[in-house]
Design a protein around this ligand. Structure first.
Ligand code: NAD
Length: 489
């Protein structure tokens, strides 16, 4: 497959060296075929401890935190080296994450690699020191300077659904800021992370210990990383349930937590919108990568009078999406990541039926696919916003249609969720759209098909969707500390 990732197994990156895992190796599986692709190094607790020690030493004992120009050069070098391996990375991402090939041209691979350049530029242009001028607090004339400094050692813990996007959206800003990073990727996608580790070790000048990557089959290693007092911050993306555990355990060492968690986002269609077009768009987008996107709009809120029209349009769009081989150029809906994840989605479909919902289209496994963790794109109607499938994150190609009684009611329903990650609004009147957008308690909103994802645009959630922002200047500043120096004049 590649000289850096072979079926014999990948390596951990610890202290600048590519090393085997103390716990041996574990399988990585192609979710489209259920075939074992090969092995990844399985880190044990001693490996994690060594990785944290290396990251600590790189932060405390080298110039990395104080040399933004060098960091910018390293980030561009990493970007260019990754681009040099784009095709191998693409094949690994499709095979290991089940990511449709067409998505690797964007957020699954090429976009986050390119985004490293944006963070390199920011490291150079950022205003690290600000003169606040003189003041006379308590009668002492003092000149004040504000310094922004890297936060220290970052423990980065990531999920499997967009492995490169999420790994690089942590590495890019953290490294630009001058932090050092121990990355613990999801057990389902170790190769995507290990490959980056191999490139860092062999093709960049990133100093030893600045990035350490520990692949592991054991979720407990993530918990251990959170508990480690040598780690200054945890940057976590994953489920709200795990995020809660991370936050609770980080409290013991009072470390900063940055959390990107789950979502149950709403697409609001106003009564002056093209109802059928908006419903088709929402239906199609929930099928992308088999619905395994935290910010996908999985609730479709439509005017009550147009409910049947919306259901018909959404059902038609979903029925036209055939789950298939992610290798094929035309596939947008590949497999779910694992048998466990498919069982979870199917359990939610059973709950929807038991609560009285109607499965308008889908609801089963696609015909002709006896291997791979596929499910049919599924549209559910006839359930209120309080139902289980309208409240809980399913993480599959499942859309729930709910009628609303006007703009204010749509906002109320959209906000009636423990999550607050993202959303969409479709309508014709800019004033009405503005009022609806203002009422939504969510971190990103797409209006009439607008796309918010980009390196300079902060992304993150309200409520139980998280704390903090990823990407943009706000995402970079998550990895900074603030030091105020007052000098008597
Ligand atoms: P998960 O929470 O099960 O696991 C995420 C990571 O946490 C993995 O690396 C896992 O090994 C690790 N982990 C597990 N238990 C841990 C613990 N106790 N302490 C520390 N680390 C631990 O999530 P998942 O199933 O891998 O990913 C799917 C979830 O991720 C969905 O809920 C989805 O919404 C969310 N997600 C959120 C965003 C976002 O930006 N908001 C993006 C992608 C995915």
């Amino acid at each position: 497959m590649s000289r850096l990732v072979s079926p014999e197994g990948t390596a951990l990156l610890i202290g600048g060296k590519l090393v085997p895992g103390g716990a041996g190796v574990f399988d990585t599986v192609d979710p489209a075929t259920e075939r074992v692709l090969g092995h990844a190094a399985d880190a044990d607790a001693a490996d994690l401890d060594a990785a944290v020690a290396a990251a600590r030493a790189a932060f405390d004992d080298t110039d990395w935190p104080r040399d933004p120009a060098f960091r910018a050069r390293c980030l561009r070098q990493l970007r260019d080296a990754l681009r040099g391996h784009l095709e191998e990375l693409r094949e690994i991402t499709i095979a290991e994450a089940g990511a449709p090939r067409m998505l690797t041209g964007g957020p699954q691979l090429e976009a986050p690699i390119g985004d490293l350049g944006w963070f390199a530029d920011l490291a150079e242009s950022y205003c690290w020191d600000t003169d606040l001028g003189a003041a006379r607090p308590m009668g002492v004339r003092s000149g004040r300077t504000l310094h922004r400094e890297p936060i220290g050692v970052v423990g980065a813990i990531t999920p499997w659904n967009f492995p490169h996007q999420i790994n690089l959206a942590k590495l890019g800003p953290a490294l630009a800021a001058g932090a050092t990073v121990v990355l613990k990727p999801a057990p389902e996608t170790p190769w995507c992370a290990a490959y980056i580790g191999a490139i860092i070790a062999t093709e960049t000048d990133i100093p030893a210990g600045v990035v350490d990557i520990v692949t592991s089959s054991d979720h407990g290693l993530g918990a251990r990383l959170v508990e480690d007092p040598r780690v200054d911050m945890i940057s976590f993306t994953g489920s709200t349930r795990t995020g809660r555990a991370v936050m609770a355990s980080a409290a013991a060492t009072v470390k900063k937590v940055f959390l990107e968690l789950g979502g149950k986002s709403a697409c609001i269609v106003l009564d002056d919108a093209d109802i059928a077009a908006a419903s088709r768009y929402a239906a199609f987008s929930v099928c992308v990568h088999a619905g395994q996107g935290c910010a996908l709009t999985t609730r479709l809120l439509v005017p009550r009078a147009a409910h049947d029209e919306a259901v018909a349009a959404a059902a038609e769009a979903m029925a036209a999406v055939v789950p298939g081989d992610p290798n094929e150029a035309g596939t947008i809906c590949g497999p779910l990541i694992s048998e466990r994840q498919r069982a979870r989605v199917e359990r939610y479909l059973d709950i929807a039926r038991a609560e009285g919902g109607t499965v308008v289209t889908g609801g089963g496994r696609p015909a002709g696919r006896d291997r791979g963790y596929f499910v049919e794109p599924t549209l559910i109607a006839g359930l209120p916003n309080g139902s289980t499938v309208a409240q809980e994150e399913i993480f599959g190609p499942v859309l729930v249609v709910i009628p609303h009684d006007g703009d204010a009611d749509a906002v109320r329903l959209a906000n009636d969720s423990r999550y607050g990650l993202s959303g969409a609004v479709w309508g014709a009147d800019p004033d009405r759209i503005r009022t609806v957008v203002r009422g939504l308690r969510i971190g990103t909103v797409g209006v009439n098909g607008g796309i918010w994802y980009s390196a300079d645009a902060p992304f993150g959630g309200y409520k139980q969707s998280g704390i903090g922002r990823e990407l943009g200047v706000a995402g970079f500043e998550e990895y900074l500390q603030t030091k105020l120096v007052a000098t008597a004049e």
